[in-house]
Design a protein around this ligand. Structure first.
Ligand code: SF4
Length: 374
């Protein structure tokens, strides 16, 4: 994704100068503007956000803001795509930095997934039903693929309900789970699917590196994708924090590897982690396996309640692409929107995320099937 270089004026702003520009632009745009901030954004971006949440919640909020002509999504590219898919045709979704992508979403390329699908059809024949399910952390093209093939999306909070609903209707269906192998494996295992009934599709190997007999006996075919932030948590880290503090509670995101989730005290979505920590008793010590900006914010918020929160890892577990959204980019983007409005739409509008109509129609099917499950 191409990001035009920030004009010199915006490159060296102090936080106070950037905030002043943002405030002034917000005053001018009023209810025509809504700013959404993902949980993993830096604190100074969260402070500027009208709504904070995970990617799907923010997209649903965006769709509900009927007055907002401009939806500025402080997150990564696939999130802004979902907001564009769910928002109305006269709303414009913008990303402050076009280079804010997601390495996990990029691991499932449409051509590779189409190739996988053709191979599965060839090896499994018509007597096996295969249903594609994609984590919302995927490109619009992959969501559309699932929509076209009677599949659907899931989030880290509803993954279990989605799989249970599919197997409720089609008990023998094989799930092709995209693009995060860990969320798929951790969830299916919690539902009673043994590890040897899951296989890993490597898109860089012929036939995914799998023979037909393995495919036929699998309940879940996991795409070989992962989140580079969450894959960094290890069982050695858990052993170390438990040795240092036997009372510690370890909570991790299901994008973490299987062994880490197995050894943690609890595992769940970002919303689940926040609630579990907020609801815990004073004096509880938590070690958390998720993105660092969220962990540090929880640490500050919980200190006054006497709840101790630390990262599971001593290394900075930062989503580097999320981190690309900063006050300078936000100030530049809002100033550009003001210029666009003042010129009655004749000055350039950069960084708008537009999902083509054909992709949108199929992707919305996959999202709506998920939303209908709950
Ligand atoms: S935390 Fe992981 S899944 Fe989320 S945007 Fe960053 S790389 Fe993608």
């Amino acid at each position: 994704m191409y990001q035009i270089p920030l004009p010199a004026k915006y490159q060296n702003l102090s936080p106070a100068e950037a905030s002043a520009i943002i405030r002034q632009c917000r005053d001018q745009l009023g209810s025509r503007l809504v700013i959404l901030g993902h949980h993993y954004q830096r604190d100074e971006i969260i402070e500027q956000s009208d709504f904070i949440g995970d990617s799907l919640k923010l997209s649903q909020i965006a769709a509900a803001q009927k007055d907002a002509e401009f939806i500025v999504f402080c997150g990564v590219h696939f999130m802004a795509e979902s907001a564009d898919i769910l928002s109305s045709g006269d709303q414009k979704v913008l990303l402050p930095d076009m280079t804010a992508g997601c390495s996990m979403a990029d691991m499932a390329d449409l051509d590779q997934v189409e190739q996988c699908w053709a191979t599965l059809r060839e090896h499994l024949g018509d007597d096996k039903t295969v249903i594609p399910v994609t984590y919302v952390n995927s490109t619009a093209a992959i969501k559309a693929f699932c929509g076209r093939h009677d599949g659907l999306c899931c989030t880290s909070s509803n993954c279990r309900e989605v799989l249970a609903s599919l197997w409720g209707h089609s008990p023998d269906a094989i799930i092709l789970f995209l693009p995060d192998q860990h969320l798929g494996r951790n969830t299916a295992y919690q539902m009673g699917v043994p590890l040897d009934a899951m296989c890993l599709w490597d898109p860089y190997e012929s036939d995914g590196g799998l023979v037909p007999s393995v495919l036929r006996r699998s309940r879940v075919i996991l795409w070989d994708g992962f989140c580079s932030v969450h894959q960094g948590f290890t069982v050695e880290q858990i052993a170390r924090v438990r040795a240092e503090d036997p009372t510690v509670r370890v909570i991790v995101h299901p994008e973490c590897p299987f062994d880490v989730v197995q050894q943690a005290d609890a595992s769940g979505s970002t919303g689940y982690i926040v609630k579990a920590i907020e609801d815990s008793s004073p004096g509880t010590h938590w070690r958390v396996g998720t993105e660092m900006n969220l962990v540090n914010r929880l640490k500050d918020q919980m200190a006054e309640k006497g709840i101790q929160v630390q990262s599971l890892s001593d290394c900075p577990c930062l989503c580097e692409t999320m981190y690309r959204i900063d006050l300078n980019h936000l100030a530049w983007l809002l100033a550009m929107l003001v210029a666009y409005v003042d010129s009655a739409g004749t000055s350039p509008l950069h960084n708008q995320i537009i999902v083509p109509d054909g992709i949108k129609q199929d992707a919305v099917k996959a999202l709506n099937r998920m939303l209908n499950i709950g």
